[in-house]
Design a protein around this ligand. Structure first.
Ligand code: HEM
Length: 84
């Protein structure tokens, strides 16, 4: 079963040093170890740390990207509908 993470916990992890969580749809992804490899650059990811980045994600990627990286980056699901 996937771990439940509160919206506040996501909000608290908004810099690489503390953990860089982002929400895509309802999933929570820990990006701290991936920022330097991200083909779209580190800066754009750092900007959405602690936030819901679904809109930005789907603008630049498709489902296959999530499928490929979710085992590595997904750490759980947000408990409640997040409005960050
Ligand atoms: C789980 C999270 C993410 C993963 C695994 C990921 C991975 C990738 C990968 C593999 C690419 C290369 C292009 C491709 O294969 O489609 C890419 C490109 C890109 N990503 Fe991400 N990304 C993530 C989140 C984000 C977010 C949240 C943003 C924006 C805030 C973003 C912005 C971009 C941009 C601008 C590009 C370049 C697109 C282009 O050159 O046309 N990414 N990303």
């Amino acid at each position: 079963m996937s771990k439940s993470i509160s919206a506040n916990e996501v909000k608290d992890h908004n810099i690489v040093e503390k953990g860089l969580y982002i929400i895509i749809d309802n999933g929570v992804y820990e990006m701290a170890g991936f920022v330097d490899e991200h083909p779209g650059g580190a800066k754009i990811l750092k900007r959405v740390g602690g936030k819901d980045a679904s809109k930005q994600f789907w603008k630049y990627h498709n489902e296959s990207v999530l499928k490929k990286y979710q085992d590595r980056l997904k750490i759980g699901e947000v408990k409640e509908e997040a409005k960050l």
